[in-house]
Ligand binder design. Sequence first.
Ligand SMILES: Cc1ncc(COP(=O)(O)O)c(C=O)c1O
Ligand code: FES
Length: 402
Amino acid sequence: MADIYLDNNATTACDLAVVDAMLPYFTEQFGNPSSIHRYADGVAKGIAKARRQIQALLGAQHDSEIIFTACGTESDNTAILSALKCYPNRKEIITTTVEHPAVLNLCKQLEKEDYTVHYLKVDGKGRLDMEEYRSLLTPNVAIVSVMWANNETGTLFPVVEMAELANAAGVQFHTDAVQAVGKVAMDLKATKIDMLSLSGHKLHAPKGIGVLYLKRGSRFRPLLRGGHQERGRRAGTENAASIVGLGVACEQAMQHMTYENTHVKALRDRLEAGILAAVPHAFVTGDPDNRLPNTANIAFEYVEGEAILMLLNKQGIAASSGSACTSGSLEPSHVMRAMDIPYTAAHGTIRFSLSRYNTTEEIDRVIAAVPPLIAQLRKLSPYWGENGPVADPEKAFAPVYA
Ligand SMILES: Cc1ncc(COP(=O)(O)O)c(C=O)c1O
Ligand code: FES
């Protein structure tokens, strides 16, 4: 039986059209786009076309607002560090408790360098408190960086509205839209978003290519200095093949946007409904009303996420865990902790993230596979008795994970 890939928030398979478009840039068109000979002829043109394809998907005003980078992480770092250089007297940053490490770990470092970082809290469904946000927006803030969609739960933040508020307060606004691009319709020219990060490998383009969108007129200081590539805003010879691939991936994403929000969403809903109907003591985390169409993060109480993943893997099903145990930590993920998910549930969260390549048959196989597997693990769980959870399992857990 074929394997089932439900880990698309981690990374996606390259679309075959993307690979086809890239191939000539490894062979005939391998020249440096800055050179003046036939090996470079089509390269600059290929890059220019990709810029327009990405502009179209983002609804950007100008193609010059697209800066190619090496990854989403580089885009995030560049955006935040740029604002700190542009506004040297402002020593505060606003972000959230549930950002990707690409933002969080940079902020942790900046705290050691005398910046004050305000981490906006989320409620039990992963939603932000806009009052708290408003109260923190002062002239001391250099930049607000808030993700468009959360990678673990798919929860969407109201970034368009938050950017308006930041702009009114004279503060730059950056959004990490790595998980949102291609799934959420965007019209950046109609927003006050100054900077946005995206990453190719989350939308069926290769790994190692990213974009930083920079609104025309917004202040900017480059992270990498060197050659004059990207109008001096990001030095380094262009990754032409990947850029061309990303362009095609963005065009495809535009074509599939409706499908993603109808068909893929229906598959996700089918998966959730099927699993929740058959498994007691399980629930969906995140904001059910404001979510990516492809993401289901399900907490299975009283079992270990890692054990679930291993049993799923044995059956050819690839998903990921909301816990951090794979990274060698016994703590559940910072996103689950921020939402105050009890640790007896947070340790058993599984993220199923779909793509347009998934089928109803695959989803039905997963719906059939999960319930017996959870039952099997609960039989082994010290927190699960004959008739369900043992009394006060939270207390029983506490000394272990304290
Ligand atoms: C929300 C978010 N931001 C940033 C990144 C980092 O992107 P990249 O892997 O291209 O550096 C990821 C990827 O996991 C992500 O999910
Ligand atoms: S899921 Fe493995 S330690 Fe929490």
